[in-house]
Design a protein around this ligand. Sequence first.
Ligand code: UD1
Length: 349
Amino acid sequence: MTHVLVTGGAGFIGTHVVTALHDAGHQVTVADAGHPGAHRAPLPDTVAGAPVHRIDLRDRAAVADALAGIDVVVHQAAMVGLGVDLDDLPEYVGCNDLGTAVLLAAMARAGIHRLVLASSMVVYGEGTYTCARHGTVRPAPRAVTDLAAGRFEPVCTACGAALRPGLTGEDTPLDPRSVYAATKVAQEHLTAAWARQTGGTVLALRYHNVYGPGMPRDTPYSGVAAIFRSALEAGRAPRVFEDGGQRRDFVHVRDVAAANLAAVTATGTRTGWRAYNIASGRPATIGQLAAGLARAADGPPPVITGEYRLGDVRHVVAAPGRAAAELGFLATVGLADGIAQFAGAPLRG
Ligand code: UD1
């Protein structure tokens, strides 16, 4: 039996990961800071029977204690989302990067060499696109003048022509476009340096847009599925930004938990650092998500507002092949079923 420490194990995704590990027969310990950005209710004493230790990863002594007897660390703890404003910046870097650095140093001291890192598709920035004349291109951030005029599709940086969005694979160059994204890239780089120096194994799971039961309610840190779901619960129509044609890959949280379970097992045989898209492989537009949720919740139909957020990218569509080939991970929850369940599932308070 493997003893796994799950950081952030009382959060939305962490809770599902702990449950999947427990159900598969692993011994699990949970460390969670109960950060107010993710937890409005007090932390539970246990998650799926695993004890919850209230630990801020910046606390070196507490982290060292929590690692006693641990074989594998599954590092989910992070501040996520776009945040409120730049006053959030030190806290993002503190939680996500200093916290990871303290964890890595303590793991090295304790001789623990296996790590699964919760990363994110935000490390890519815009996804991959092709221009008919220039081949694969990485568009620059969209200009305010274009967004304000309703020109939402990024264009070729060389010739200004329309682009075709393609599948974004793990070797796509990283291009973080927000503070959160920058802290996730730093986590990837810190863990890669740690793996080289310790000879350890790190599997970085780049989650695409995760949704499902237990998602936090609408906050400045929430993803779009929680925002739409919260609006519908309050009897309001989901507000779809841009023209609703922006594409994402929505992956159910139970599938994300299964990917973590597969990754924990794979840390026993793989060495070095490796990234994986964790996605359904079936992209959808934000307009489709909104319409599906509104229908399933029997709520008002979505409103397409034409608003935009400067930090947003247009399309990110995952190439899901590597996780299938190397971890044996395939998402099983289809979007129609997932949406139907999610429309009535409880959110976190
Ligand atoms: C989201 C998460 C990010 C996470 C990533 C992968 C946030 C803010 N973003 O990135 O942390 O790493 O998934 O799991 O948590 N939109 C609307 N109406 C709204 C809100 C958003 O139409 O009320 C649109 C946005 O303009 C955007 C799309 O929905 O086009 C997705 O937004 P969001 O879920 O916030 O961000 P992602 O970039 O997909």
